[in-house]
Design a protein around this ligand. Structure first.
Ligand SMILES: [Zn+2]
Length: 540
């Protein structure tokens, strides 16, 4: 895998903790609602009038900072109907709005921003949104607001946005449709194009969905449709219903995918490429964001893996359990493991220490391997953390996974439409299982160590005819107090097997396993690929 693709995902980064409404202590105002009219002309020029309902969080704010993509020009700004002064440096996204009359703290007011620009590129039949996130003015990318958006656009094109389409009408070959969201959300997007539409079928209780794509000649339209239908159905069953009634999945030229509540932008490559990345993984990852990242939002940048790691592991589970591609599930886990274990060691002399998952976007600080570190540690190690927890919860006798399934469902249920932290996840598992997991999160989320186990085993027949296996495990690359329960499988030549866990707790462990009735032919340490580690076999 030579290229690394980035799923740009919901919410921008910020270093401060956010309240439930998305505001934080640095904010001057909080945003409640955007009521906007967006006219998309035949030339694809976009003109927007956005009335933003806000409330002051501080008294006497004189200049309010706002962000808006530098692709558009701010034409005028009004406060409560009065034109006001604003300042914006050339080619900058930030602009400052003068509040002409000082307001007390807690004062509601409306800011109207009138702007226009070249937000959409059209190349033949393809339309490209030049930015999908910052095309609406915001004081903070975190504020959760309601959106009432009215779009007017050429009737030859199809437009989808967030929320419920409450009305649509056509005049002079221009269509006007109004989209109203019901859940406060921290961003808004849309997509417009010359789309073919493919209605997808999902069972009752699962959101309806529609796939929008440009060309009938694509190879993978049916597969993409199937993966959306099945992953949406699978996750709904697994975690509970997402807070949307309808999912619009749209093709967007380029290499990235992006998820909004009820709206997906899917890279064009997914429709034509045979690369692993763009097959079901890509689709199922973006669909999973409806649960992780959009509904359950990371509380701070340190909790980012709750969005990316969870979405990544959800799509691994989709491959394993819904698409029934167990081999692929283990192949991808192994691929991710190799990348994580070898991180920073590829270039001679570099030998960078692996970063901790809880660094969020800061995993790349100083490493100079920005995307690689973010993908390896927030997406892939994040996914591995859940995989390890899952395998710690498997009943090794019955192989049932009720405990893990309950944990995921309950965590989603507790934090849907809210912000959640790593500690919230830990507490949820601890409350449901009664286990103390401080050590686990310290090692695998807040810590950066990765163990290597050097393993030897021998067998011995006892006087009663049973066989006893002794294992020696030397733990390396981690501190002395590092510990982990590791599943072990003892099997005979016909494949008859028993499974158990060994608590590896120190530098050298010598463990006598309970006697078995058959002669062991194979002893598998780290059975079910349960722990993120290197295993090296040696003789006893
Ligand atoms: Zn993602």
């Amino acid at each position: 895998k030579e290229m690394t693709f980035v799923n740009m995902c919901p919410d921008q980064e910020r270093n401060v903790q956010v309240a439930a409404d998305g505001s934080n202590s640095l904010d001057d105002v909080r945003t409640q609602r955007h009521t906007a009219t967006c006219t998309i002309e035949r030339s694809m020029m976009v003109r927007v009038i956005d009335d933003i309902a806000m409330t002051t969080l501080k008294a006497d704010v004189r200049w309010l900072s706002m962000d808006l993509t530098s692709l558009v020009k701010v034409d005028s700004v009004f406060i409560d109907g009065q034109a006001t002064t604003f300042f914006r440096a050339k080619d900058r996204s930030t602009f400052f709005v003068n509040i002409p009359v000082p307001m007390p703290k807690g004062q509601p007011f409306t800011m109207r921003v009138v702007y226009s620009g070249d937000l959409i590129r059209r190349v033949d039949d393809y339309t490209i949104l030049r930015t999908s996130l910052d095309w609406i003015p915001s004081h903070s990318y975190f504020h959760k607001a309601l959106y009432d958006m009215t779009f007017t656009y050429p009737s030859s094109m199809t437009l989808v946005s967030l929320g419920k389409k409450v009305s649509t009408s056509t005049q002079d070959r221009m269509t006007t449709s109004r989209w109203v969201t019901e859940q406060p959300n921290s961003n808004n997007s849309f997509h417009i194009g010359l789309f073919k539409e493919k209605p997808l079928t999902t069972p009752d209780g699962v959101p309806k969905c529609m796939l929008y794509y440009v060309a009938d000649s694509y190879d993978h339209v049916d597969e993409i449709g199937t993966d959306i239908e099945q992953s949406l159905t699978f996750y709904t069953k697994l975690f509970g219903p997402p807070p949307i009634n309808m999912l619009h999945a749209t093709e967007l030229p380029g290499t990235h995918g992006e998820a909004f509540p009820g709206l997906l932008h899917l890279s064009s490559l997914a429709f034509v490429s045979t690369a692993d990345f763009f097959q079901e993984q890509f689709i199922a990852h973006e669909v999973a964001h409806q649960w992780w990242g959009i509904s359950v939002k990371p509380l701070s940048y340190r909790d980012r893996w709750l969005s990316e790691g969870f979405s990544e592991y959800s799509c691994l589970m989709y491959s394993q359990l819904a698409a029934q591609e167990t081999k692929k599930f283990f192949r991808l886990l192994e691929e991710y493991r190799k990348g994580i274990m070898s991180f920073g060691k590829k270039d001679i002399g570099k030998n960078l220490a692996p970063p901790a998952v809880a660094l969020g976007y800061r995993v790349s600080s100083g490493a100079g391997l920005e995307f690689e570190a973010y993908n390896q540690f927030v997406y892939y190690k994040g996914a591995w953390v859940i995989h390890m927890l899952r395998n710690m919860m498997i009943d090794l006798v019955t192989m049932r996974e009720d405990a893990y399934m309950t944990v995921m469902r309950e965590f989603y249920n507790r934090f849907k439409n809210r912000h959640a932290s790593t500690e919230d996840f830990k507490t949820t598992i601890e409350q449901l299982t009664g286990a103390d997991l401080g050590w686990f999160f310290d090692q695998w989320v807040y810590g950066n160590q990765l163990p290597t186990y050097r393993v030897a085993w021998k067998k011995e027949q006892q006087q009663d005819g049973q066989w006893k296996v002794t294992m020696r495990i030397r733990q390396q690359g981690v501190g002395e107090n590092f510990r982990m329960p590791v599943p072990v499988k003892i099997a005979d030549e016909d494949g008859k097997a028993i499974r158990l866990r060994i608590n590896v707790t120190s530098t050298t462990n010598v463990v006598e396993l309970p006697p078995v009735a058959f002669e062991p032919e194979e002893v598998v340490f780290n059975d079910l690929t349960s722990v993120l580690c290197d295993v090296k076999e040696e003789s006893f």
